[in-house]
Ligand binder design. Structure first.
Ligand code: NAD
Length: 332
């Protein structure tokens, strides 16, 4: 059985080749994204394996069906980039990795908060140049601050627990309440109240038509002056232009983003020798109180092992008609 992978980096190939010992699949790896530009060139294959920025549109799925694809396997949790209805219409199964290491992402959100707050990235460079001054490095104590969490699924719940452990007051909004979190002292409030009360806001809901540009000019207006905003979920949750205006007016005091609306042409690539044409990203990175990481929140050894294991188990079960036990992983 053949699996064709898209958007692969050396580490993806290493983990999937190692994980294949138990399955014996035949692999083809593409470094490029999946999209209309490449789909015609794909050789017949039983399954495709895609990541966050592959564009698995209805038109792409139609060609994949002609190539004999029976399974679309996402090696990530979010699935906003796959046309689920089109897959269903072509009787192609779609699976994902609903939870591999929620703590990996939650811990990265904390890393972003601490970096923005305590400016360790600046301190590191300063002392290497023998500048031991503290001017400009003033932070704030996290204990006692109010942290607002939007989306309390696997990652949001892990993040709530971490922030409660830091001594913060944690308030949350989700369309579904997690009673375990309520028991452990996390308070659910309407979205408007979370945005109004929080000193730090962290986004952990999926990108859907309802959550697209959840953070926009009018929701930014309702927040505290100087609030810190962290997004490790999906770039489309934030209206980037509105956020730039809020940074300029100092309404937004800090911004930490691991995801960006237009990231697919930029993230996961070494562009250090290139001229970047995206003026919006360049403007964002010019602010001293903005931290951008390139979709690395998931990137731990434990997470990659789990992603590999779950993805191959999913594909194996679907191609060999085995019992599919991981129901939340199956989208079609
Ligand atoms: P999850 O499905 O476990 O949780 C998502 C939560 O969001 C659920 O509790 C759901 O009820 C809630 N939700 C849905 N619609 C909402 C809305 N309109 N308002 C508020 N809450 C809403 O997902 P997860 O594993 O916690 O992952 C969350 C997101 O993180 C994923 O969708 C993905 O986009 C992103 N992610 C990013 C990385 C990274 O490396 N940066 C890695 C993994 C996942």
């Amino acid at each position: 059985m053949k699996i064709t992978f898209f958007s692969t980096q050396p580490y993806d190939r290493d983990f999937f080749i190692k994980g294949n010992a138990a399955y014996g699949f035949e692999y083809t790896f593409f470094e490029t994204h999946l999209g209309p530009h490449i789909v015609q060139a794909v050789e017949p294959t039983d399954a495709i394996c895609v990541f966050v920025n592959d564009k698995v549109t209805a038109a792409v799925i139609e060609v994949l069906a002609q190539k004999g694809v029976k399974v679309i396997a996402l090696r990530c949790a979010g699935f906003n980039n796959v046309d689920i209805e089109a897959a269903k219409a072509h009787q192609i199964s779609v699976c994902r990795v609903p939870a591999y290491s929620p703590e990996a992402v939650a811990e990265h959100a904390l890393a972003m908060i601490l970096t923005l707050n305590r400016k360790t990235h600046k301190a590191y460079n300063r002392v290497r140049e023998q500048n031991f001054s503290l001017n400009g490095l003033l932070g704030f104590t996290l204990k006692g601050k109010t942290v607002g969490v939007i989306g309390t699924g696997h990652i949001g719940a892990a993040f709530c627990t971490i922030m409660a452990g830091m001594g913060c007051r944690v308030i949350a909004y989700d369309v579904q309440i997690n009673p375990q979190l309520t028991k452990s002292g996390i308070t659910y409030l309407p979205l408007e109240q979370v945005l109004e009360q929080a000193d730090i806001i962290s986004l952990h809901c999926p990108l859907t038509p309802q959550t697209h540009h959840l953070i926009n000019a009018s929701t930014l207006q309702t927040m505290k002056k100087g609030v810190m905003l962290i997004n490790t979920s999906r770039g489309g949750l934030i209206d980037t232009h509105a956020v730039i205006e809020a940074l300029k007016s100092q309404k937004l005091g800090y911004l930490g983003i691991d995801v960006y609306e237009q990231e697919e042409q930029i993230f996961f690539k070494d562009l250090s020798e290139n001229i970047i044409a995206d003026d919006t990203l360049q403007r964002l990175m010019a602010f001293p109180n903005v931290l951008v990481t390139a979709h690395q929140a998931f990137f731990t050894k434990e997470a990659l092992e789990e992603i590999t294991h779950i993805t191959l188990t999913n594909i194996d079960a679907l191609l060999h008609h085995k019992n599919f036990t991981n129901q939340t992983a199956l989208l079609v």
